[in-house]
Design a protein around this ligand. Structure first.
Ligand code: ADP
Ligand code: MG
Length: 694
């Protein structure tokens, strides 16, 4: 239950003076339906009414305040004409102009002979000064009482700016003093005000500096929001972990066999990740770990060795990939290792049907099948494990949290979960999107990998590029050619993969293959296999190949219209090469002129191959939401925090949240009580509820 102290803030905006259902709807659309939503509606600018001028001295087009005596009213002669009120000061006359002005209202507000303080922009019309729709019309008393500086809010069509400003001010006024939930020492060290004064200051900026995201008030409020989000995540996690996980301690015999069959040794990063994973699996708490590593860093083999540990303990393991191509590829690369280890392994996608499928399901249920690799087909109710111990999810952000949990719920006890992602997520984002996971990172690439020479080339030089590819192909090299769309779309003016395929086929004949998302799975397989085996030398592709396709012999990738791709996507695409011993090349073909951001993206790629650096740059260029693909990411939306500005606060909030939960797991101390209010304020009601039940 929401604490009573917050009730006023969760009232509907329609309860505010001057807000009927029409305005309430507009405010709802703009900020949200309750008073609390107005609190989070930050001002974007401010009005300074302090500039006093005279009619003669006021510059055109600037907001000024005049002290005027009202002279006479001229209502419109006919419809469509404005209502004018003539006024003057000692330097001259000015017309106050109102389109669709209400006569009665104006007569009462501006009686002839009275003095008024009028603020607005001056214009000259036929050389005569006028002020259309003054923004403020105040008498002496109101003028003395009115704020000199007022915030300006982003608005919406149909909602008068003053109504919005007044509504926000009312909401702020109704905000109660809340118990302090932040640590005192931390607040003092940061020099941050209390919650209410920060809120008041947010909505009464005095200077442009006050509007900056790094003003103390804004940072405090951003931190409150981040702390609420981190605390909710940590609480959720501590609950998930406390559901009795199981201890999987392998004896290492299967692992030893697989390791002996590898033609390489594990990197130090891989070994470290593996020991973190093993420790989690051995513990009786449930594992929730993400294995994050750049493309080609070698996550799959780490995950496979973890699966062997589950099997050493008599349990089973599942590996879920986001696409069929990837699932098949995992099967192909892991089958020989599984065989060497003496472990049975099968593949289950939408394509395995009838007998074959029945047989797999039967072996799975009886326990004779050790490892099952597949697509989301694994989630189907008909898939029943004998004893599922470990779930590995590849490329996690393509799956929802829900799918992840459904699969891991197929064990007698909740299975351990290992999530692999090739998207290098900056720490800031990882914490906010996946704060409920522990993290292992593979920063080191397998030895012997060569740098990928990356060049940006304008599309006008396409012929040269084609010639270059021709020479490379003649020497037996293999090249990806990536195009942005499947079919020609004139609107977007993208080169279609099919069209490019035809052109290249005319030159290189049989050595070119095409793969795109609308092809049948068997056709895709055929194309990939031809390319993998070297029958084909050029694979024209849409972004189908983005994730995970592993063909170490490919050494060239051409990305057409590189300016249309995001940085992370370009990085993923480039990662398709540079996976073997040979030197590789990435050619970024772009359409000029390049926008500033597009240029920054291409420069960034040319300058670095480090996925983490690239991800940080991407965050800077794009903001958080897009980076993980909005909705799928599970990334919370923040009202006060801006991840590109407040990144440092995320880490601090995360640390703080962990400390709080470690010391006061059910939030019972007095700070704990205040933190409950914080959770409710930011609508993390779930976190409080689950904490009580668990
Ligand atoms: P990721 O899934 O992280 O993109 P993969 O697991 O697909 O990377 O590995 C990419 C390639 O590198 C595979 O061909 C794999 O066999 C190879 N590989 C993995 N670890 C090593 C290592 N330590 N040394 C050399 N090659 C490795
Ligand atoms: Mg992979």
């Amino acid at each position: 239950m929401r604490p009573e102290i917050l009730f006023p803030l969760f009232a509907d905006v329609v309860t505010l003076p001057g807000i009927g259902s029409r305005f309430a709807k507009l405010i709802g659309k703009l900020a949200g339906p309750r008073l609390v939503d107005l609190l989070w509606h930050k001002p974007v600018s401010l009005h300074n009414w302090s500039r006093r001028e005279t009619v003669a001295s006021a510059p055109d087009g600037e907001v000024v305040t005049l002290t005027l005596t009202i002279v006479e009213h001229t209502p419109p002669h006919r419809a469509g004409m404005p209502y004018k009120v003539r006024a003057s000061d000692e330097t001259g006359f000015i017309d106050l102009v109102f389109f669709r002005g209400h006569k009665d209202y104006l007569k009462a507000a501006l009686p002839a002979g009275d003095t008024r303080y009028v603020s607005g922009k001056i214009e000259r019309y036929d050389g005569r000064p006028q002020m259309p729709h003054p923004e403020r019309l105040l008498d002496e008393k109101a003028f003395v009482a009115a704020p000199v500086i007022e915030p300006v809010y982003g608005g919406t069509e149909g909602l008068p700016p003053r109504t919005l400003t007044r509504s926000v001010a009312c909401a702020v006024e109704k905000a109660p003093d809340l118990p302090e939930w932040q640590d005192d020492a931390w607040l003092r060290k940061q020099g941050w005000p209390g919650w209410r004064s920060a809120l008041v200051k947010l909505h009464t900026p005095q200077t442009l500096t006050d509007l900056e995201p790094n003003s103390p008030e804004r940072r405090r409020l951003a931190f409150d929001e981040l702390l609420a989000s981190q605390l909710a995540l940590v609480l959720a996690r501590s609950r998930m972990r406390n559901v009795n996980g199981r201890s999987l301690k392998g004896d290492g015999r299967l692992r030893a066999r697989a390791l002996a069959a590898l033609h390489f040794t594990l990197t130090r990063s891989q070994q470290e990740a593996l020991s973190e994973i093993s420790a989690d699996m051995a513990s009786s708490q449930r594992m929730l770990r993400m294995l994050q590593g750049d493309v080609g860093a070698g996550k799959t083999v780490v995950a496979f060795l973890a699966m062997l540990t589950a099997i050493e303990c008599g349990a089973q393991a599942a590996l879920m990939a986001p696409t069929e191509v990837l699932a098949r590829q995992h099967r192909a690369s892991l089958a020989p290792l599984a065989e060497a280890a003496g472990v049975s392994l099968a593949l289950l996608t939408g394509r395995e049907r009838g007998r074959e499928r029945d047989d797999i399901l039967q072996r799975l249920q009886s326990g004779s099948l050790g490892i099952l690799i597949g697509t989301h087909a694994l989630i189907s109710e008909t898939v029943v494990f004998n004893d599922l111990g470990l779930v590995v999810v590849d490329e996690q952000h393509r799956f929802g949290v829900h799918q992840r949990l459904t699969l891991s719920g197929k064990g007698h006890q909740p299975a351990d979960i290992l999530v692999m992602t090739a998207t290098p997520i900056p720490r800031t984002l990882a914490l906010t999107a996946y704060g409920d996971l522990d993290m292992s990172r593979l920063r080191e690439k397998p030895a012997g990998r060569k740098a990928i020479a990356t060049r940006a080339i304008p599309l006008e030089r396409l012929d040269e590029v084609v010639n270059g590819i021709g020479r490379a192909v003649a020497q037996g090299e293999r090249s990806f050619w990536v195009c942005p769309l499947v079919e020609e779309n004139e609107d977007l003016d993208l080169t279609a993969a099919e069209e490019r395929y035809d052109v290249l086929k005319a030159i290189f004949g049989d050595r070119v293959r095409l793969i795109h998302g609308r092809m049948k799975p068997a056709e895709k397989d055929e194309a990939i296999e031809a390319f993998r085996s070297g029958v084909a030398h050029i694979l024209v592709a849409t972004t189908v190949i983005e994730v995970g396709v592993d063909i170490p012999d490919a050494t060239i990738i051409v990305i057409e219209h590189a300016e249309r791709f995001g940085l992370a996507q370009l990085h993923q695409l480039r990662g398709r090469v540079g996976r073997g011993e040979k030197a590789s090349t990435c050619l970024l073909l772009y359409q000029s002129p390049l926008s500033e951001t597009a240029r920054a993206r291409l420069d960034c790629l040319r300058n670095t191959e480090d996925g983490f650096d690239i991800a940080e740059e991407d965050l800077r260029l794009r903001g958080a939401g897009e980076l993980l693909g909005e909705k799928q990411s599970g990334l919370p939306e923040f009202r006060l925090a801006d991840l590109s500005m407040h990144g440092d606060l995320v880490a601090a909030a995360s640390d703080d949240a962990r400390l709080i939960v470690a010391r006061d797991p059910s939030l019972e101390t007095s700070r704990g009580e205040a933190l409950r209010v914080l959770l409710y304020l930011f609508e993390r009601d779930d976190a409080v509820r689950t904490m009580r039940s668990g």
